[in-house]
Write a protein that binds this ligand. Structure first.
Ligand SMILES: *[C@@H]1O[C@H](CO)[C@@H](O)[C@H](O)[C@H]1NC(C)=O
Ligand SMILES: *[C@@H]1O[C@H](CO)[C@@H](O)[C@H](O)[C@H]1NC(C)=O
Ligand SMILES: *[C@@H]1O[C@H](CO)[C@@H](O)[C@H](O)[C@H]1NC(C)=O
Ligand SMILES: *[C@@H]1O[C@H](CO)[C@@H](O)[C@H](O)[C@H]1NC(C)=O
Ligand SMILES: *[C@@H]1O[C@H](CO)[C@@H](O)[C@H](O)[C@H]1NC(C)=O
Ligand SMILES: *[C@@H]1O[C@H](CO)[C@@H](O)[C@H](O)[C@H]1NC(C)=O
Ligand SMILES: *[C@@H]1O[C@H](CO)[C@@H](O)[C@H](O)[C@H]1NC(C)=O
Length: 526
């Protein structure tokens, strides 16, 4: 998941992570017993899924999302039933046959040639939610969970619909460089005229479009996405790569040249780094060079971006940058990074990435544990001892936030919670890697907090302020990723071992896309 944001500049010396803090060595405890079912918790998450589905189905289906307070709906994802398609793979791994078959019957009826009139279509969002939701459901229902349905004609129709969707979208790549335009219109086909596209929106298509080619034999989808990706693997100019492997954000669609050197593991950039590794998990033969780029980015992150808040030297956050200047701000979105480092450590058999990932997971848990609701904020900041007190680009907390900052090691600059998954997602990887029950407890605490504070009316609503009583009020909106991600990772961490679970030995039969849809890996075991 991602969002586009702008950010300020600061002149600060980079800290070396290893020299500041002794790394907690996390032992590999990996007996299968540690991953046994916790039935009570797994069932509680299934109940929450059924509740949210029932509300959506009654008041919103087949629209994109439920408004749980007013029992109404919206179509922010072009009106193709985003919550249904995003819920599909979660219903399947929960082995909820009723919901699975309801969604399965619906998907062949979607007209992907016709969005809600006038609506803009995001190539990125459409790919990670709709295309991925369908491909994942297809993998699971053709494979290990085929027993959930007898409707094999509908299962076959999913793949046809995935092709229909991709064929309808593919004009996006018809640019001078092959770097796609992200913001599209259909009937007639056009774009919003943007002359640039972003790192995450260009670089988080390749898993889905490659998998579609692998399933259908039509090599065009893979070729289109990999052409766009190629400009990110060989970034120009050199100044757009301020640290090895860490890139700027905006790319000129006409010539493939980066337009800036601002970035990080935050919204707008995030899933580009995520997919460098996940492509290698998907096929280590074809995508070895992607792994090399991930290793560069990961090592630079440990060396240059890791940062410890002045009041809590025990915590590790990852800074953003503009060129080589660091910005001590992060986001709920960025908290996927702990899980991504842990997955990298497992797959590459490199304990240092697991240890660093656990440190990041611990920092994200701190953003949950210190708020009144037990849920972390959308955006937060910290200061380091190397930040000058009068540095306006790296401001410290205001006087009324000082006590909170002293205790928590971060202060909140945007307190919203919009049902994002990334913190629980990273707990999932920490638990799958180590079998340490503490990460299950953290994920359970997060789920219970969401269930306690966000659950209202016919579903779950966004919060305005995680550090106010009752979340400071609601926004009447339930995004589709509640189904795809929050409830899936909350469930899977308590569910028994299975082929779709991430494996502590680094050999995986499935890999999750950035929306938590599991794809069957294509390559030989690593
Ligand atoms: C677009 O999708 C619809 C069905 O979802 C399909 O009927 C149509 O043929 C597709 N268009 C293209 C160009 O493939
Ligand atoms: C393969 O995919 C491309 C890209 O969408 C499409 O234009 C072409 O018609 C497809 N070929 C076949 C044989 O379906
Ligand atoms: C993008 O590339 C085109 C073609 O080289 C060039 O004319 C244009 O000035 C570039 N845009 C920016 C903002 O650099
Ligand atoms: C920052 O300085 C304070 C006071 O000297 C010290 O207690 C704290 O450990 C330092 N924090 C870091 C991250 O080094
Ligand atoms: C910040 O403080 C330092 C010394 O404390 C001073 O040299 C510098 O001019 C100050 N900068 C601003 C922008 O006030
Ligand atoms: C489990 O994880 C917690 C949190 O990171 C840590 O404090 C604890 O030492 C770990 N337990 C073991 C046995 O490694
Ligand atoms: C979730 O909330 C519902 C409604 O308040 C409640 O019945 C249920 O017990 C809660 N589940 C958990 C695990 O707290």
């Amino acid at each position: 998941m991602h969002s586009s944001r702008s950010f300020a500049i600061a002149a600060v010396a980079a800290l070396c992570w290893q020299t500041v803090l002794a790394v907690p060595h996390v032992p590999r405890q990996s007996s299968a017993d540690n991953h046994a079912l916790n039935r009570q918790r797994a069932d509680a998450v299934k109940d929450a899924f059924q509740f949210a589905w029932d509300g959506y189905y009654k008041y919103a289906f087949p629209h994109d999302e439920l408004h749980p307070l007013s029992n109404s709906y919206s179509d922010s994802r072009n009106g193709w039933g985003a919550s249904a398609v995003d819920a599909f793979s979660t219903a399947i791994v929960m082995q909820n046959a009723d919901v699975t078959n309801t969604i399965l019957s619906y998907i062949p009826t979607i007209n992907f040639g016709q969005p809600v009139p006038g609506s803009q279509i995001s190539l990125f969002e459409t790919t990670i939610r709709y295309l991925a939701g369908m491909l994942s459901g297809y993998d699971l229902l053709k494979g290990p969970l085929s027993g959930l349905t007898t409707n094999t004609a509908a299962v076959d129709a999913i793949l046809t619909q995935a092709q229909n969707l991709a064929n309808n979208l593919s004009f996006a790549f018809d640019t001078p460089t092959g770097i796609p335009s992200n913001n599209l219109y259909f009937n007639p086909q056009s774009t919003d005229g943007s002359t640039s596209n972003g790192l995450a929106t260009i670089g988080s298509l390749v898993l889905e479009w490659t998998h579609l080619s692998d399933l259908t034999g039509n090599k065009t989808y893979a070729a289109l996405s990999q052409k766009g990706q190629s400009y990110l693997l060989h970034p120009q100019p050199a100044s757009s790569e301020p640290f090895p492997g860490l890139l700027g954000t905006n790319v000129n669609i006409s010539n493939g040249v980066f337009l800036d050197a601002e970035g990080g593991w935050v919204g707008g950039d995030d899933s580009f780094y995520e997919y460098l590794l996940k492509m290698y998990v998907y096929d280590s033969t074809r995508f070895a060079s992607y792994k090399d780029r991930w290793v560069l980015a990961a090592d630079s992150t440990i060396q240059y971006l890791a940062s410890h808040p002045s009041t809590r030297p025990d915590l590790t956050f990852v800074a953003m940058y503009d060129g080589q200047e660091l910005i001590f701000e992060s986001e709920h979105l960025a908290c996927f990074n702990g899980g991504n480092f842990i997955l990298g450590g497992l797959v590459l058999k490199e304990q240092k990435y697991i240890d660093f990932g656990i440190a990041l997971v611990t920092g994200c848990e701190d953003t949950y544990a210190n708020t009144l609701t037990g849920i972390g904020p959308e955006v937060f900041r910290w200061v380091t001892n190397t930040t000058a007190a009068n540095d306006t680009t790296n401001p410290g907390p205001s006087s009324h936030e000082e006590a909170f900052y002293k205790k928590a090691g971060f202060y909140i600059t945007d307190g919203a919670y919009i049902l994002r998954p990334e913190v629980i997602e990273s707990f999932y990887y920490a638990y799958r890697a180590t079998g340490n029950q503490t990460y299950r407890d953290w994920a359970w605490n997060g789920f219970v907090a969401v269930n306690t504070t966000c659950r209202v009316g016919s579903g779950f609503a966004e919060l305005q302020n995680v550090n106010a009583a009752n979340g400071g009020g609601f926004n009447d909106f339930q995004d589709s990723f509640l189904f795809a991600e929050v409830l899936k990772y909350s469930y899977l961490i308590h569910a028994p071992d299975n082929v779709w679970q991430t494996n502590h030995n680094g050999v995986n039969q499935f890999v999750f896309n950035t929306e938590a849809h599991p794809f069957k890996v294509a390559g030989p075991p690593i």
